[in-house]
Design a protein around this ligand. Structure first.
Ligand code: ADP
Length: 665
């Protein structure tokens, strides 16, 4: 089975480089870890005896206190022989093989034997004088991955698949079992006949354990419960996310995550307690083995698709495609090739997964640096999972004695992913809610603007109409001049409104901002001149304190419009007999223009909004002043198009100060 390298429960890995690489790669592929999720009995501290020359001495082992023990060490090994207990002579020639471990590298008669073939294993187990309670033998599905026959004290106890002398005579099968041992003897003579023509590694690959039957069964039950819990959680999460996707198909991340979770749920039925293998007839186990491998090889592309949808900028599409193509090629190989070939592809795929995992970590760190939505949560989930993994490896090697938590870590990982996706979903709803509120607000603004606009256009038009009519019916030349002036100034107002409105519609697109050397002092003076009549009406004095300033690169027409809007506001929102002070100076290559007035001021609540399109402060003070709320909006846009900024300070009832900064060069 695929998960053999990380099986915490069944195998205490040797601390070799390859086992570390395999273990780390197993961590990265997530799915593989499920078989190791079962709780391991606490380490009693007593060192387990090892088999030497085919004998394991457990006479001093207290099963009740010290717990189950793995039958690891040197077993007798008869290559190319399928022997029965009765046929075995004490002095019969044999090899000694270290179990657990594949037989592939063993050298018999000067030759490496390789994965395919058949052999007999034998181990004598010496038990304590006072016989312990009923003992059992646990042979996990991971122990012998092909076919075996187990004989104890001359009696055939278990047969899995069909052990044969060649491929046509044998049948691959896996099973996960706990066998009660005979009660009447202090010595167990275990004879195990194994054949392998299907799997990339032959022999007794993972440990066989002997221990109190009740305890082994209890552990088995615990593991089964955990597996079912995991299958349930993954199944619900999987279907839930598929449901989410069908509601909102635009975002595919729940789809990929849903499929990934369902594949993991399927995988949980294949590893661990190996339920599916146990209930599958031997002649179709080859199919289950294919599904077993595919559930690993196909989980990876769905997981990377999911990460790519979460962090599309960081996860490069080309790498995504590469991972998908490679995974599909591996999967096709599993579909087409016989087991003896495709089981060999596992290490290659593990290395590929390891590299993909490193790339994924790199992507997530980048996403965190770039403050992508959900990236911190994703990293937290990964770190949590990794922490439980490190804890478990250290516990397995007895560096720590904290128990194993990979199952909890894995569940936390999956839950945090679900939380991340549901948060993404609810954020989308919140955005829609905010947008619809904003739309309602904008609709109100538009209505108000239209009402304002009709009023603002109608006032000068009515004046023009009235003076025109008087012009027609009055012949007094003294009045004519007065009428002409009124018609002229009202038409000017009208044209200025229409100019502003036209500029407003073109603002975002085709406005020509071509620039030339522009004299700010001149612009200020011209605008003071234009506004002097308006100022005189309220007896407002305008002070021009602009010093000698360099010319700047600007579009004179538009910049003048912006300055006009600011000075005009300082006049129209001023009080009778008020003052407007205009200053301009060059400070460190920044042209600073300040327009200060002693007018009505702006309440703090309105300040951030006065630069918005169509925004007007609605109060008794502003009621008299005509306007449509586009002056400051246009001024800000124009100044920003020149690379500058505009700001405001104001105190209600005391006056305001507008600060403009424009780059000189
Ligand atoms: P309008 O003057 O046409 O209403 P603006 O965009 O020029 O539109 O100004 C937006 C609002 O900001 C004004 O309605 C006014 O209430 C407020 N405002 C602007 N300048 C001043 C100022 N100098 N003093 C007080 N209020 C001001």
């Amino acid at each position: 089975m695929i998960a053999k390298h990380i099986s915490v429960k069944y195998k205490i890995p040797e601390l070799s480089v390859s086992s570390v690489v395999k273990t780390i790669s197993a961590f990265l592929i997530l799915a593989l870890s499920i078989s190791s999720c079962a709780k391991q009995p606490a380490f009693s501290g007593k060192i387990s005896p090892r088999a030497v020359d085919g004998v394991i001495d457990l006479t001093l082992w207290d099963f009740e206190k010290d717990g189950p023990v793995q039958l690891n060490g040197g077993w007798m090994f008869y290559w190319k022989q399928l022997l029965k207990s009765a046929d075995l002579k004490e002095n019969q020639g044999h090899e000694i093989i270290t179990t657990p471990g594949e037989w592939d590298d063993l050298v018999v008669n000067g030759q490496r034997i390789g994965a395919g073939g058949f052999a007999t294993y034998r181990l004598k187990v010496l038990l304590p004088e006072a016989l312990p309670n009923q003992l059992g033998l646990r042979i996990p599905s991971l122990a012998v991955q092909s076919a075996y026959e187990l004989e104890i004290n001359g009696k055939i106890i278990n047969q899995i698949g069909k052990v044969g002398r060649d491929v046509t005579d044998s049948l691959l099968a896996k099973n996960h079992c706990i066998i009660p041992l005979p009660l009447n003897s202090n010595l167990f003579d275990i004879v195990l006949r194994v054949s392998n023509y299907h799997y990339s590694e032959g022999g007794l690959i993972n440990p066989v354990t002997v221990g109190p039957l009740v305890r082994l069964q209890q552990e088995e039950l615990d593991q089964a419960n955990i597996s079912w819990l995991l299958i349930g959680i993954l199944g619900i999460i999987g279907f839930y996310h598929l449901g989410l996707f069908f509601i909102r198909r635009k975002d595919t991340s729940p789809l990929w995550f849903g499929i990934f979770s369902l594949i993991l749920a399927l995988r949980s039925t294949l590893v661990g307690a190996a339920y599916i293998y146990n209930i599958t007839p031997a002649d179709i186990q080859w199919l289950i083995l294919k599904i077993d491998y595919l559930s690993f090889y196909l989980a990876i592309p769905f997981f990377v698709l999911y990460i790519n949808r979460l962090f599309p900028v960081e996860f490069r599409t080309i790498i995504l495609r590469l991972i998908i193509v490679i995974s599909i090629l591996f999967s096709l190989f599993v579909v087409i090739a016989p087991p003896i070939l495709y089981t060999r592809s596992l290490l290659g795929f593990e290395i590929f997964t390891f590299i993909s995992g490193l790339y994924t970590i790199f992507v997530i760190i980048f996403a965190v640096i770039r403050k992508r939505e959900g990236s911190v949560l994703f990293l937290t989930a990964l770190v949590l999972f990794f922490a439980t993994f490190v804890n478990d490896v250290l516990t397995t090697h007895h560096v720590l004695n904290t128990g194993v938590y990979l199952f909890e870590g894995f569940i936390a990982f999956i839950f945090l992913q679900s939380y991340l996706l549901s948060r993404k979903f609810s954020n989308a709803f919140t955005t829609v809610e905010k947008q619809s509120l904003e739309l309602t607000r904008l609709a109100n603004v538009k209505d108000e603007f239209l009402a304002n606009l009709s009023h603002e256009l109608r006032t000068p038009l009515t004046a023009i109409y009235a003076y025109g009519e008087m012009f027609e019916h009055n012949d007094d030349p003294a009045d004519m001049k007065e009428y002409g002036r009124e018609i002229y100034s009202n038409s000017e107002k009208l044209i200025s409104y229409i100019d502003d409105l036209m500029l407003l519609t073109r603002m975002e697109s085709d406005i020509d901002m071509s620039s030339s050397e522009t004299d700010i002092k001149e612009i200020i003076a011209e605008n003071i001149d234009k506004l002097s009549k308006l100022a005189n009406e309220k007896n407002i004095s305008i002070l021009n304190l602009a010093g000698s300033v360099p010319e700047i690169q600007a579009n004179k027409k538009y910049l003048s419009k912006a300055i006009h809007a600011i000075i005009k506001n300082a006049v129209v929102y001023n009080k009778e007999n008020g003052t407007v002070v205009i200053a301009a100076q060059n400070d460190n290559n920044m042209m600073k223009i300040n327009v200060t007035d002693t007018g009505i001021g702006i309440a703090a609540g309105h300040l951030p909004l006065i630069f918005d399109r169509f925004y007007r402060v609605d109060s008794s003070d502003t009621y008299e002043v005509s306007g449509v709320g586009v002056g400051l909006f246009l001024a800000q846009k124009i100044i920003e198009m020149h690379g500058g900024t505009i700001g405001v300070k104001s105190e209600l009832g005391r006056g305001s100060e507008f600060m403009v900064e424009l780059p000189v060069k």
